[in-house]
Design a protein. Structure first.
Length: 175
């Protein structure tokens, strides 16, 4: 018995095919072994090379977070965090629920009078989602230097002019 063939024979040990192959000359068995493994490796995709099952939902979540930053929607008002019926107005939030809220002007007035109104009305967190900016820093020879401020959430969005208004307010002229 050729012990090099033994591991493959173990899996189909009791089949009549195994017995028939075992009766073949050794050179033919080796050729069959090589052919079968070539075919196997042609079709085999290792699990590390496959797209993970969570990948599509992770991409969707990343896109949702990116869009929320662009549209100034608070993290709490993302569809994955709060059901539409449970949403309470957050100053500056531009989600569909907050933009339709009737008490919007009242909250904005309170925020104008009290700059801490935003932090007082939302749950406290150690995460960055209540911050205005995400500071992107780079390490220099003298320490860390902030190179960019990526906006997260601006509670003054409704009070101060949004970027679109700022752009269209002052007409740019060229001479
Ligand atoms: Zn909202």
């Amino acid at each position: 018995m050729d012990y090099r063939l033994q591991p493959t024979l173990v899996t189909i040990k009791n089949s009549s095919l195994t017995k028939a192959i075992a009766e073949l000359p050794i050179q033919l068995r080796n050729k069959l072994y090589i052919m079968c493994f070539r075919k196997f490796w042609r079709e085999f995709i290792p699990i590390t090379a496959k797209i993970p099952s969570w990948y599509s939902s992770a991409r969707q979540q990343e896109k949702e977070l990116f869009d929320a930053r662009q549209q100034n929607i608070h993290f709490l008002h993302l569809p994955c965090n709060t059901l539409p019926g449970n949403k309470r107005y957050i100053v500056g939030c531009q989600c569909s629920s907050c933009t339709k809220d009737h008490s919007k002007d009242e909250h904005n007035l309170s925020f104008r009078e009290n700059p801490y109104y935003f932090t007082d009305t939302i749950p406290w967190t150690i995460t960055k989602w209540n911050n205005r900016y995400d500071h992107i820093c780079s390490e220099t020879e003298y320490g860390y230097e902030c190179i960019s401020h990526y906006p997260i959430f601006d509670p003054e969005y409704d009070i101060s002019d949004p970027l679109q208004v700022k752009i269209h307010k002052n007409e740019v002229s060229f001479s």
